[in-house]
Design a protein around this ligand. Structure first.
Ligand code: FAD
Ligand code: SF4
Ligand code: SF4
Length: 395
């Protein structure tokens, strides 16, 4: 419930400017909240005199009132939908099937409505489309009130975000604004007794913790890119598109983004988008070790990744580290060279289609998850591998 204490209101109009749903008006120099408030919390945050309070009752709620699996979509501006959104839709369909509910997707941005069909083809039954120039690029102040407002209005049972830079910023803000919990960085999701079972590494990755949220709704989680498999698009799927009218004034934001810089080298494929990754660990951290891996990656049209040790020792940049504290990857082919296969490394690559391990220690744990294992010194094996690929015309 939202309450506006008229005696406290000093008529500064800040709440009117930030309300994305345009439900606050000024009457006789006092703010008045009309119908259609979604309890998004934007006005409460900006009011300088605490004249607005929102009470969200989380005790004794009727859990059966909440229905639907929601995915908060992420796009590269108006260029494309990020893969993690499609992966979450695939998982969302599976979860929704298990609890007999539907899948919805929130699509925010500017000129993004064109992606709604693709989201439906990948599993969404309903797409909520909120477009505004102020949503052209991700900002917490622009996105959070809209997402919170829609969740408060439609009461989904489960909400999933990508554990990307933006998702990791947005999800906790939405959770806090609704007074809910959030499981960050999940690597697995399933249903147990009707509840969302959220699996994530804990205690430095040494155990996998299963987390449930039995008392509040929605159950919210962020999920790492490249962990879930996206569905094959079905062009015959039908869905509903709901246009959400929003009026957002970016000039009211407290933070302005001046410039966005991509730290990845121009023209070099990002590790989480590569089909083939040749990854090196401590065993390769010698002079010329990674040069050999680059040659192999070049022959296969792949990219070079690494374990954390290779980053810590200064052989590779952090941007190509695979694993729990690096990037999660899911290429068609992952070649692990001189990597022992710690749990923290495995978490970031074990969903690769085919894993090849090259290691001189036959007891290395990486062999337990490898489809093909080669025991030996990489300095002999990798050049032979390169020669063989070249003889067959490369890739
Ligand atoms: P090692 O475990 O030392 O293995 C080196 C391997 O190279 C050995 O198996 C050896 O047999 C083999 N070898 C040596 N010489 C040769 C040769 N000539 N030819 C063939 N094989 C050879 N690690 C990550 O990778 N990614 C992460 O994101 C990550 N996050 C972490 C987060 C936390 C909180 C913690 C605590 C740790 C994290 N780690 C991470 C570190 C992880 O625990 C391991 O220490 C690390 O993965 C080991 O890297 P490695 O396999 O390269 O080295
Ligand atoms: Fe305030 Fe949000 Fe309700 Fe508008 S929709 S009145 S900003 S809580
Ligand atoms: Fe009144 Fe607060 Fe709104 Fe300003 S932000 S108009 S003080 S209710």
């Amino acid at each position: 419930m939202i309450t506006l204490i008229a005696e406290k209101c000093i008529g500064c109009v800040k709440c009117v400017k930030v309300c994305p749903f345009g439900v606050i008006v000024m009457k006789e120099k006092k703010a008045v909240i009309g119908d259609g408030c979604t309890l998004c919390g934007a006005c409460e945050t900006v009011c300088p005199v605490d004249a607005i309070t929102i009470e969200r009752v989380v005790k004794d709620i009727d859990l059966t009132h909440y229905s639907g699996v929601w995915v908060v979509a992420e796009t590269e501006g108006a260029q494309r939908v990020k893969n993690v959104t499609l992966e979450l839709l695939g998982k969302g369909r599976e979860l929704a099937g298990l609890i007999g509910q539907s899948v919805s997707c929130i699509l925010l941005g500017n000129n993004v409505a064109k992606f709604a069909d693709a989201l439906i083809c990948h599993g969404a039954d309903t797409v909520f489309i909120a477009e505004s120039e102020a949503l052209s690029r991700y900002t917490a102040e622009g996105f959070q009130p809209v997402v919170t407002g829609l969740i408060a209005q439609y009461a989904p049972c489960i909400v999933l975000f990508g554990a990307t830079h933006a998702g990791r910023d947005l999800a906790p803000r939405v959770a806090a604004s609704l007074g809910l919990g959030l499981t960050a960085d999940c690597t697995g999701l399933s249903i147990l007794d009707g509840l969302l079972l959220q699996t994530r590494p804990a205690f430095g990755g040494n155990i996998m913790a299963d987390i449930i949220c039995p008392y509040t709704r929605p159950q919210m989680a962020t999920v790492r890119p490249n962990v879930m498999k996206m569905l094959q698009p079905d062009v015959n799927r039908q869905g509903t598109k709901v246009v959400v009218p929003v009026s957002i004034d970016a000039s009211t934001f407290r933070v302005a983004i001046k410039e966005v810089r991509d730290s990845c080298q121009t023209g070099v494929m990002k590790i989480d988008e590569a089909d083939i990754i040749v990854s090196g660990g401590r065993g390769v951290c010698t002079n010329g070790g990674f040069a050999l891996l680059e040659e192999l990656a070049g022959t296969l049209s792949g990219v070079v990744g690494c374990s954390r040790v290779a980053v810590d020792l200064g052989f590779r940049p952090k941007s190509v580290q695979v694993g729990q504290s690096g990037t999660t990857v899911s290429p068609k082919l992952y070649i692990a060279v001189g990597i022992s296969g710690s749990i923290q490394h495995q978490v970031g690559m074990k969903s690769s289609d085919t894993i090849v391990a090259i290691n001189k220690d036959p007891a290395a744990p990486i062999f337990q998850i490898a489809d093909f294992g080669i025991v030996g010194d990489y300095r002999e094996i990798v050049p032979a591998f390169v020669a063989e690929v070249k003889m067959n015309g490369g890739r």
